[in-house]
Design a protein. Sequence first.
Length: 182
Amino acid sequence: MAGLKDINGTYSIDPAHSRLGFVARHAMITKVRGSFTDFEGTASGNGADPSTAHVEVSAKATSIDTGNKMRDDHLRSGDFFDVEAYPGVKFVSTAVKVLDDETLEISGDLTIRDQTHSLTIPFEFMGAVTDAFGNKRIGFEGTTTISRKEFGLTWNKAVEAGGVLVSDKIVLEIEISAIEQE
């Protein structure tokens, strides 16, 4: 199997086979999972020189989906994403560091509600294959935790037993399948 050092060129995210997800604690006793369903992105670089790599991903905030229409409408409102004023979520890399042939770290700027903060996401390289249609694909999975309050997502309510309705810490779950562009 090809390793990270063997990946060269420009790749576009295949949204049909990728997921930009998140997990939040609800009422401090359970987890709510969701994702953005309308997104795009590219990655480019030379595996022999990771400093040349660049990644950009953007999602439409209106595409947030937790499987519950009432909750999704609330997340789109001014209490959370305020999609009328801030229609997009964006990540732009600032550095890529290869740790070994299966692991890399992508550092960059995440922007939500016009609040931009730097973060580093560790990614596991899942492999490179040629699919049934002759496309060269690469796969990555990464997870990191952010504070939603840092991005202006501050709405909350106290719960009777103590704690709050929505956790501040949000786990981002990223699963990417990308296709090489010619």
